[in-house]
Design a protein around this ligand. Structure first.
Ligand code: ADP
Ligand code: MG
Length: 619
């Protein structure tokens, strides 16, 4: 319990004891009123104060106002104990709510408990623990078995299994060894690892994820905004209703004034909209927390809402539906040797992050002497140009060759062909091929099950390769040989095709598809384990590379929205019934407070169910 909560609890106890004491003192008239005002002031001064302050700020109709008017009114008609009790019970409810909210926030925070406390560095042969913030790029840190990896880096010594479950929800640890990348936030399970740090803590995967989750609450879903707006109009309406209820019946039917004022006050207490105002954002918060347990980071409630209505899913090919890890299947040099051709290609690709570049560098095996490379230029959707040993080397697809006027020719082998030209003279090509991810096909099937009407693949790769991959996966539409700008056009066309309320999601790996990620209704980035661009440009980030997480995300979104709707319907329903009972004079003040606080508590407990997302993971 926080300090603030303890203080309120203390006030509740003092006020309750005073109330009981005062109740048994046999006094009448003003003295009695004065005595009851003591426990009232103890428990209610802050509510009264807030009501006054908000009125001076022009925000008249909030729950503080409702409670103040209702209780002061009760004093006016001589219902002293009731007045104090209503305030007391309201505070008990508030305390309970703040406790429940705090608790669920904490449980989400502990899910995201990936912030490392320290990093081990070696100094004069001794291990020293330092703040991860103090470690610089290029430093070597030591991660012992059982410790969380504090910073992103490359393993320079040791072999181990690392557990990535906090980031991806994946329970099977992955094996890492020398030269493998490791990501902060994962846990080293076995051996000792020496890791050469590649990013400062502020730029590390962990820091980025934490920032993202912390900011997610600021992106409101439509339902949340609706509730805020609704409360703004709803409360004054209720106040007017209460005033009419207090005045009209006694005037028309010469009823008892105090009787109708009492009913009006009860009406006011019941109408407090806090159950809605609290439980709707709580449900979204729960859904976001639950999704992150499955390795799906959602940047705001609005994206969960959009995801639940997904009608079209558009995939990038390389690195999204395929592994993005190419094997070299043929090297066909012209006027040079095979090893020369691969060397040119690898050096030109040295600074590129494209999956093709990574694969060619891997095929080269040898270390690259960076001093021989000058002026690298990446042409997105086409390839790279670089100056190597003073020669202009171009590596890329037929479009790149055409644009340079190189006399290239196609290859008979099926696969992605990477052409190489030196000083604009054709030097041959390397054929590489990618593998489809294991779960791509299942992902497409499950998307259909979730009611997605159309699945589309976009790729910059050749028609032969694109068609082969797309058809084997059963996609509805396949578009090939696209430049990044063409992908944006394609997505725009599809957005026009879909129905008014449906949404379009684009799934990419964040490498040269950032414009499309931001153009789509929902941008989903794959494999945050590798690329920073992905975390920035996307609305939803899948921590692992699995396309099968997309239908899971849709299920979570639908589940969350269902809970939101249940809460709205439940709260409004109970309120409506009790409001009618109150107007008819059947409900008393006790029932009114109970309806308000009770509904809020039940709605919050229901909202917590959104956190429970494990059930969505199974196939
Ligand atoms: P995808 O749509 O498959 O993700 P991209 O738009 O990233 O493909 O790239 C389209 C095509 O451009 C690739 O298939 C490749 O032929 C060429 N290309 C892009 N970047 C590079 C690079 N760094 N090296 C070689 N070829 C490249
Ligand atoms: Mg791509």
């Amino acid at each position: 319990m926080s300090k603030k909560q303890k203080k309120i609890l203390l006030r509740i106890i003092i006020s309750a004891v005073l109330l009981i004491g005062v109740y048994f003192i046999p006094l009448e008239g003003y003295l009695k009123l004065l005595l009851f005002l003591i426990p009232y002031a103890v428990i209610g001064w802050d509510i009264l104060w807030r009501a006054v302050r908000n009125i001076t700020h022009g925000q008249i109709f909030d729950e503080n106002f409702l409670m103040s008017v209702a209780t002061i009114g009760a004093f006016c008609i001589g219902e002293y104990p009731e007045a104090v009790f209503v305030m007391l019970f309201y505070q008990v409810g508030e305390l309970f709510q703040s406790y429940a909210v705090g608790k669920s926030r904490k449980s989400i925070a502990s899910l995201m408990d990936i912030r490392p406390d320290y990093a081990n560095i070696e100094e004069n042969g001794e291990l020293k623990q330092v703040d991860p913030d103090e470690v610089k790029i290029g430093d070597t840190i030591i991660v012992k078995a059982g410790e969380r990896i504090p910073l992103d880096g490359i393993v320079s010594e040791g072999t181990s299994m690392v557990n990535t479950s906090a980031l991806t929800g994946e329970s099977v640890p992955r094996k890492v060894t020398v030269n493998d990348d490791v990501i902060s936030g994962c846990v080293n399970e076995e051996g000792v690892l020496k890791v050469q740090v590649t990013k400062e803590f502020g730029e590390s995967t962990v820091a980025k994820i934490l920032e993202l989750v912390e900011n997610s609450a600021s992106k409101k879903a439509k339902a949340e905004n609706f509730i805020t707006k609704f409360a703004k109009y709803y409360t004054p309406c209720v106040v007017i209703g209460a005033v009419l209820l207090a005045i009209i019946p006694p005037l028309l039917f010469s009823g008892l004034w105090s009787e109708w004022i009492n009913r009006a006050l009860i009406f006011l207490v019941i109408s407090c909209p806090c159950a809605l105002v609290i439980s709707v954002p709580m449900s979204f918060f729960g859904g976001i927390g639950g999704a992150s347990k499955c390795g799906i980071l959602v940047k705001g409630g609005n994206y969960l809402e959009a995801l639940a209505k997904t009608e079209i899913v558009v995939f990038d090919k390389t690195g999204t539906l395929t592994k993005g890890v190419f094997n070299v299947t043929a090297v066909h040099p012209e006027n040079c040797t095979e090893s020369q051709l691969v060397e040119y290609a690898a050096m030109a690709e040295n600074y590129s992050n494209h999956p093709i570049a990574k694969s060619i560098k891997e095929a080269y095996v040898k270390n690259i002497d960076q001093s021989r490379i000058k002026d690298t230029q990446e042409v997105s959707g086409k390839g790279v140009n670089a100056v190597i040993d003073g020669q202009n080397v171009s590596v890329g697809n037929d479009k790149l060759m055409e644009s340079l006027g190189v006399n290239w020719h196609p290859c008979h082998k099926i696969g992605t062909t990477v052409h190489i030209a030196v000083n604009n003279v054709y030097a041959g090509h390397i054929v590489i091929s990618d593998e489809v991810k294991k779960d791509s096909q299942q992902a497409i099937k499950n998307l259909k099950k979730e009611g997605v009407k159309k699945t589309v693949m976009l790729t910059g790769d050749s028609n032969a390769v694109g068609k082969a991959v797309g058809e084997s996966l059963g996609l509805d539409e396949i578009h090939t040989e696209l430049m990044p700008a063409d992908k944006v056009n394609c997505v725009e066309k599809l957005i026009n095709e879909k129905s008014e309320k449906g949404t379009l999601a684009f799934v990419g790996d964040g490498i040269n598809d950032a414009p499309v990620l931001s153009r789509a209704d929902i941008g989903i980035a794959m494999g945050a384990m590798g690329s920073d661009a992905a975390i920035e440009a996307a609305d939803i980030v899948l921590m692992d590379d699995k396309p099968s997480k997309i239908p899971v995300a849709i299920r979570i979104a639908k589940g969350t929205l269902k809970i939101v709707k249940q809460n709205i319907a439940f709260a409004l329903g109970v309120k409506a019934v009790v409001l009618v009972l109150g107007a008819l004079g059947i409900a008393n003040m006790w029932l009114a407070v109970f309806a308000d606080v009770g509904v809020a508590v039940i709605a919050i407990i229901n909202a917590m169910r959104a956190l429970n997302t494990n059930k969505y993971l199974s196939n």
